[in-house]
Design a protein around this ligand. Structure first.
Ligand code: ACM
Ligand code: ZN
Length: 732
């Protein structure tokens, strides 16, 4: 009894204050939000009234409301006053909806179930954020101010692409992502199912594609990759699982577009069927660091195999599109293959770009024969080839490549790397790629798809929408990096895809994000990224000035290490005589925190840079040993590492220091690190001390005495064609 009373009191305080706020906190921002007079109270006996054909949308709403209300809801097809009614009406655009909260009731209207579903999403955002979670709030009533929301999407295609080849996510994981997408009114899931590093979809006619092609590691078809170790790594979806995921997505009004990436990015396929590659032995390394990953265009049997594969895929996915890849093909094998060259002569194909187009024509034909349309990456439109105008192009390389696609009359999805590739770093110090630039939240939000029309006579309706891309090279660790990379940048992209161009305003988006939507993401169970504070040292006052990433952020600090959830809270300024020892981080809820940062204007670690030389018993690229003798220098091995390879840093005289950090990996991404090695150091008295094993390519240790040399001793091969070493970081 006491508990109920308590809940009621909290609610009374929360509801009147929250209601007015909530309408200003909707993400993505609706087209029109028009406040009305009065309001409605949701309480015991709440009826959810749905007309025929909307049972699934009604059940979705009930399922979520049951998370917070301490009363039963009645799902009914008889409309009654005082409840939440959903009904189909004539005359609205596809996916548009009207949500009316009046004195008497809540009505969600649309001309299709998808519109109703999006009205339900907006309605859920008017509830406490716990609707998204598992924690029962035991609410007995909830007040809503009167309002009318009239809303419709800017684009019909609002997608997420997930690469499950580099990092595998099982079906349950994918289902959770589909839920998160649905909450953000996203409606296309582009499932990148086959790439160099793993084939992820069961094909009954070719069981070896998943029995072998889905696995990598020592002794497997594909070699170890991306730091996932020499053991067996991989996984795949059975056709039964695929059907379940497709059905689950459809209930959430999400269409799944499957991709098999061809004719490059085909290493896992070629690993299982080596005869699909050109029969030439000419070495090449594709731009993404792979070998043996290009299909022969002249081998007729290849098209029969691809037809078999696509036939099964066409029967599993109701989408009218099948994505065939087409990106990043290394032309070396075609240029050297007698069969590809003979074909080119016979058909008058000039150069590899036309060989590429010929392949795409052939596959387009297969796709059409199966009653589907073709989609591909923007490389398919580089040449003068003209595919069917039903084909859809995914512009990823640049604004210009998007322009080329619409100029040629193709329906175009905007997934331009510098805005939409959420595998890019969110700030310089965070994990991620950076080849398309650092992609902070503001950058993603600033995407304006119409930019690709500038200077082009093209029809703007050819821009069908926007999509986030998440490639998997770096996602295996730390745990839940997928969620960290997607959110909140995906919220920004959802708004680019849904909200009107005129209403887009980053400051307003940030207010809604931090003022309410973060709590929703938190209740969804998403381990989203929290931004670190900005810290500057002011030497005049001897204080660290700390600017939180947003006004309600909680920043904590610690000395000589990263702050934890129990570290003291910082309120703007810390007076200290040891500014270089202090680290700060932003915290959210129970368990989420940003990276830890120190003052950006002082040298945090007191590095020392003693004179040294570097030697190796394996080849490095020219000049790299000299580079490795400096902090910040790098050295690339000129082959895959082997057990017994040793890199030695030899000091000119014994170095007294508090800590030494050995690290490896490409500076821009962290790829190509040393996976298996230990570190030992020699002290001034000649003793050799084992410091420990590299962990994800790194090790920090505190030497017990002045150091004369540090050695990295490899115990196994690394998992790329090169390994990147760094100069030592030595702290005073
Ligand atoms: C791509 O990023 N290679 C489509
Ligand atoms: Zn060939």
């Amino acid at each position: 009894m006491r508990k109920t009373l308590f809940a009621l009191m909290i609610l009374a305080a929360a509801s009147s204050a929250a209601a007015a706020q909530t309408y200003a906190g909707l993400v993505p921002r609706p087209l029109k939000v028009m406040p009305g007079e009065g309001g409605v109270v949701m309480e015991k006996g709440l009826r959810i009234c749905v007309s025929d054909g909307l049972e699934s949308e009604g059940a979705w709403l009930c399922k979520h409301l049951e998370n917070v209300f301490d009363f039963d809801m009645v799902l009914s097809d008889i409309p009654v006053p005082g409840g939440v009614s959903m009904r189909l009406v004539d005359g609205m655009e596809s996916e548009a909806y009207r949500l009316t909260v009046s004195d008497a009731q809540v009505i969600i209207e649309a001309s299709d179930p998808a519109g109703i579903f999006y009205g339900v999403q907006t309605f859920l955002q008017m509830m406490p954020p716990e609707v998204y979670g598992q924690r029962d709030m035991e609410l007995t009533r909830w007040e809503l101010d009167a309002v009318t929301v009239e809303d419709a999407p800017r684009y019909g295609y609002r997608g997420v692409m997930l690469d499950v080849s580099r990092t595998f996510y099982d079906a349950d994981h994918v289902l959770r992502l589909l839920d998160w997408m649905a909450y953000h009114k996203l409606n296309r899931f582009h499932w990148h199912l086959a790439d160099d590093n793993g084939w992820r979809i069961e094909i009954r006619k070719y069981p070896e594609l998943t029995e072998k092609g889905a696995w990598r590691g020592d002794g497997e078809v594909s070699p170890a990759a991306y730091g996932q170790g020499h053991g067996r790594y991989g996984g795949y979806y059975t056709q039964k699982e695929i059907r379940q995921v497709v059905e689950y997505a459809a209930e959430r009004h999400i269409e799944i577009i499957p991709e098999i990436d061809l004719p490059g990015h085909s290493r896992s396929l070629i690993g299982v069927m080596p005869e699909m590659a050109c029969p030439v032995d000419v070495p090449y390394i594709s731009v993404n660091g792979e070998t043996d990953n290009v299909l022969c265009v002249a081998r007729e049997e290849n098209y029969r195999i691809l037809r078999d594969i696509f036939k099964e895929i066409a029967s599993l996915f109701p989408s009218e599109y099948i994505h065939i890849g087409g990106d990043e093909v290394d032309h070396t094998p075609w240029n050297n293959c007698p069969h590809c060259q003979a074909l080119a002569r016979e058909l008058g194909l000039e150069g590899p770009q036309e060989i590429h187009s010929h392949f795409v024509y052939r596959v387009e034909d297969i796709i059409h024969g199966l009653g589907k349309k073709m989609a591909g990456w923007d490389e398919i439109v580089i040449s003068d080839a003209r595919y069917d105008t039903s084909s859809m192009v995914y512009a990823w390389r640049s604004v210009e490549s998007g322009r080329m696609s619409v100029d040629k009359g193709y329906r175009t999805v905007v997934q331009i790397g510098e805005y939409c590739y959420l595998d890019m770093k969110q700030s310089r110090a965070e994990r991620g790629h950076s080849w398309a630039g650092i992609v902070p939240l503001s950058k993603t939000y600033s995407l304006e798809p119409d930019e690709i029309l500038v200077g082009a006579p093209a029809d703007s309706s050819l821009i069908v929408g926007v999509q986030a891309g998440l490639w998997g090279e770096l996602l295996a660790w730390p745990p839940r990096l997928m969620e960290y990379q997607l959110f909140p940048r995906l919220c920004a992209l959802a708004e680019v895809g849904w909200s009107s161009k005129a209403d887009r305003d980053f400051a307003d988006f940030e207010r809604r994000l931090y003022g309410g939507h973060f709590s929703r993401l938190y209740n969804m169970g998403i381990a989203f990224r929290v931004a670190p504070p900005e810290v500057l040292y002011d030497s005049l006052s001897g204080s660290l000035r700390v600017r939180p990433p947003h006004p309600s952020a909680v920043v904590r600090y610690a000395v000589d290490g990263a702050p934890t959830a129990s570290s003291p809270v910082c309120r703007g300024e810390v007076v200290t005589d040891a500014p270089e020892r202090m680290l700060f981080a932003t915290f959210f809820g129970d368990g989420l925190s940003s990276i830890a940062v120190g003052a950006s204007n002082i040298d945090l670690y007191h590095y020392i840079d003693p004179e040294m030389t570097v030697e190796s018993n394996f080849p490095l690229l020219e000049g790299n040993l000299e580079s490795l003798a400096r902090r910040g220098g790098t050295g690339y091995s000129d082959r895959v590492l082997q057990e017994g390879d040793v890199l030695t840093y030899r000091m000119a005289s014994p170095v007294e220091c508090s800590r030494i950090t050995v690290s490896s990996g490409a500076p821009s991404s962290g790829m190509f690190y040393v996976t298996d090695a230990y570190v030992e150091y020699t002290t001034a008295d000649g003793s050799v001390v084992r410091a420990g094993d590299l962990y994800h390519g790194e090790l920090s240790f505190e030497p017990s005495a002045p150091v004369t040399q540090v050695r990295i001793v490899m115990t196994d091969s690394n998992d790329g064609y090169t390994a990147v070493f760094h100069g030592l970081r030595i702290e005073k």
